[in-house]
Design a protein. Structure first.
Length: 95
């Protein structure tokens, strides 16, 4: 699914977004606003345990951009190891 921010139109598509930083960039903020998803106060996107965005099981955030908490409620640090594990996990979910 693709969201066109200016018109909020949904189109069938297969796509991904790369945000090479640890907070929502200005170009991605239009995308997240169109989804109705607000970043956490840290600038990262709140995700569910499966790394999907709340209310959008078809959209995933992986790595530095994801604000994930573990089973004990601790924030998982945005480090390369977590990004690699998250990427492999999400790839299996959507494969």
């Amino acid at each position: 699914m693709a969201i066109i921010a200016d018109s909020a139109a949904c189109l069938a598509a297969s796509n991904s977004r790369c945000t090479p930083r640890n907070e929502v960039s200005s170009d991605s903020s239009a995308f997240t606003r169109a989804l109705g998803v607000a970043p956490a106060r840290t600038g990262r996107l709140k995700v569910r345990p499966d790394l999907s965005l709340p209310g959008h099981p078809e959209v995933f955030a992986v790595g530095d951009i994801a604000a994930l908490t573990d089973a004990k409620g601790r924030v998982v640090p945005g480090v390369a190891q977590g990004a690699m594990q998250g990427g492999a996990f999400v790839a299996k979910l959507i494969a």
